[in-house]
Design a protein around this ligand. Structure first.
Ligand SMILES: [Fe+2]
Length: 239
């Protein structure tokens, strides 16, 4: 269930709105939709770790599961942005889904053989629905590397029940990007790269990241090869 949306009201509505304005003031949108025809955000493989069993909570706060008191480990990050079509019109009621490994490099997936201990307080997956201005928002952690991959956040955007985009978001200037086979396959990596910036005055060393998304005109082809196995952790001695 999509519980918390920009402007929506729920248990953490105030937190979300406050965080959104904080994130917004710290980093202006990266896209200027008035600049004319926009480039679509590049596709990237889904990988094998889209949750095979959903967490008990799928809202846009990945740090806290339901009403638990414990919070996930990691560098708290306010990830926000806008979803546009190629003419620069905001995509409203688009469902943005993210999933990523926890601070120990573990995904919420029974097939993840990564050796770290899974952080049971990390939700691992979340959804946010865009409002009239195309805005989405998540509270999550700054992604960390796992064997064989530079840090990234997986992302799917659905519109009207159709999957419009599958991609991965990277950390700007992260040294390992240059050695990552999926990052290196990008012709325009800047379109899926965000600056994770410290929020001035944050006593918790929280970060903000802006990622604006441009949807192409057609939904993705469900038959297309998503190269699932290529995103597996590459553990020495194992295939
Ligand atoms: Fe991944």
């Amino acid at each position: 269930m999509v519980k918390a949306t920009p402007g929506g009201i729920d248990r953490r509505g105030f937190l979300n709105l406050a965080a959104m304005s904080l994130a917004g003031s710290a980093a202006p949108p990266v896209l200027d939709p008035s600049a004319g025809q926009l480039q679509p955000t590049p596709r990237q493989t889904e990988g094998p770790f889209y949750p095979d069993k959903m967490p008990p909570d799928t809202d846009n706060d990945l740090l806290i599961i339901n009403n638990r008191l414990a919070s996930a480990a990691g560098a708290v990050t306010h990830l926000s942005g806008r979803v546009f079509d190629m003419r620069g019109e905001p995509a409203r009621n688009a469902v943005v889904e993210i999933w990523q490994c926890d601070n120990n490099g573990r995904y919420l997936h029974t097939g993840d053989e990564n050796p770290g201990t899974r952080d049971v307080n990390f939700q691992g997956f979340g959804r946010s629905m865009t409002g009239p201005t195309g805005d989405y928002y998540f509270r999550t952690i700054k992604p960390v590397p796992y064997p064989g991959r530079t840090p990234h956040i997986h992302l799917i955007v659905r519109l009207g029940g159709k999957r419009m985009l599958t991609t991965q978001l990277y950390i700007k200037d992260f040294p390992q990007n240059a050695r990552d086979f999926l990052y290196r396959s990008l012709r325009a990596p800047q379109l899926v790269t965000a600056d994770f910036k410290p929020i001035t005055g944050s006593t918790q060393s929280e970060l903000t990241a802006r990622f604006d998304i441009v949807l192409g005109p057609a939904p993705e082809d469900p038959e297309e090869d998503r190269m699932r196995d290529l995103d597996r952790p590459q553990i020495p001695g194992r295939r």
